[in-house]
Design a protein around this ligand. Structure first.
Ligand SMILES: Nc1ncnc2c1ncn2[C@@H]1O[C@H](COP(=O)(O)OP(=O)(O)OP(=O)(O)O)[C@@H](O)[C@H]1O
Ligand SMILES: [Mg+2]
Length: 274
């Protein structure tokens, strides 16, 4: 009986991801989180530039689950393709963070859990054939080749420009996939460029617009951290390249034999090793 009720309730939320998250998953969303989710209906590319700890990964994880359950896929070259969601983050730990957030939501309902046929930190598969694939875009990774109907990028600012442009965005080349990016400003790399594009919707959220962030904590950070870093992390301001030791316009991180190397983009010179 409970199963039947859950099934009816879940069907009624087909058109409304916000209701699904708030009513079915029991998670109250902030106004910015609601706006972000609702904007997915009318835009092909969204960028959330939000202060630290303001619910970026949470809203992304919730939307992914809704799309896994309700997404209808699309017709590509006269063939139906179920949802193929590429979930991308700069390193494996961030992938794990997103995976755990999705897992918490799945565990909230037996009905949702029964709908999932496979779930691990590489892939989630559902009974309706929809799937989500977790991809770590660390500099040495090989992630080319996936075709996606939805591309979700968390902590986008930490992905190198070459990974972003040459590996990740082409996942949506045949599908014209919706792209969702979230992050906090860093340097004037692709994440900054996206905010300058007229065809991309940028949704900004400095710390004071978030209802659940502690003012005391943020002010404490202000007195402890360098001013430029605090403004970047909590006011979402992009720093001028001159403030940084390794501006991304000149250097890109590269992982070799487990070590992070800083390489000069233009000349290919190894400059620093940590
Ligand atoms: N709508 C909400 N209401 C209350 N708490 C929330 C809401 N959304 C997220 N949170 C909580 O706020 C905290 C930060 O959330 P989350 O990790 O999603 O933020 P983030 O912006 O991704 O953080 P980071 O900048 O560290 O990546 C978590 O404890 C999460 O449970
Ligand atoms: Mg996060």
């Amino acid at each position: 009986m409970e199963q039947l009720e859950a099934e009816k309730q879940i069907q009624s939320m087909e058109e409304d991801p916000v209701a699904f998250i708030e009513v079915f998953l029991g998670r109250e969303l902030s106004e910015k989180q609601k706006f972000f989710i609702r904007s997915t209906k009318h835009h092909k590319h969204l960028v959330a530039i939000w202060s630290r700890q303001t619910g970026k990964s949470t809203v992304i994880a919730s939307y992914i689950l809704w799309r896994l359950l309700y997404g209808k896929g699309q017709i590509i070259n006269k063939e139906w393709m179920p949802e193929h969601i590429a979930i991308v983050a700069p390193i494996k730990d961030q992938i794990k963070n997103l995976y755990e957030k999705i897992q918490v939501l799945v565990n909230k309902s037996e009905f949702i859990a029964s709908f999932i046929t496979k779930m691990n930190t590489e892939v989630i598969k559902c009974k309706n054939s929809n799937e989500a694939k977790f991809l770590s875009a660390s500099p040495g990774s090989q992630i080319r080749g996936y075709t996606a109907t939805l591309i979700v990028i968390d902590e986008s600012q930490d992905i190198t420009d070459s990974k972003y442009n040459a590996d990740i965005l082409p996942f949506g080349a045949t599908t014209n996939a919706l792209v969702i990016e979230a992050g906090t400003p860093k340097t004037k790399n692709h994440f900054y460029q996206a905010t300058q594009s007229k065809s991309i919707l940028t949704i900004k959220q400095p710390w004071f617009e978030c209802p659940f962030l502690s003012k005391e904590y943020v002010m404490g950070q202000k007195s402890l951290s360098p001013e430029a870093l605090w403004r970047q992390e909590y006011l979402c301001e992009f720093m001028e390249e001159g403030v940084l030791a390794f501006p991304s316009i000149l250097f890109e991180p590269e992982i070799k034999n487990g070590q992070r190397l800083w390489v000069c983009v233009k000349k290919g010179l190894l400059l620093w090793q940590v």
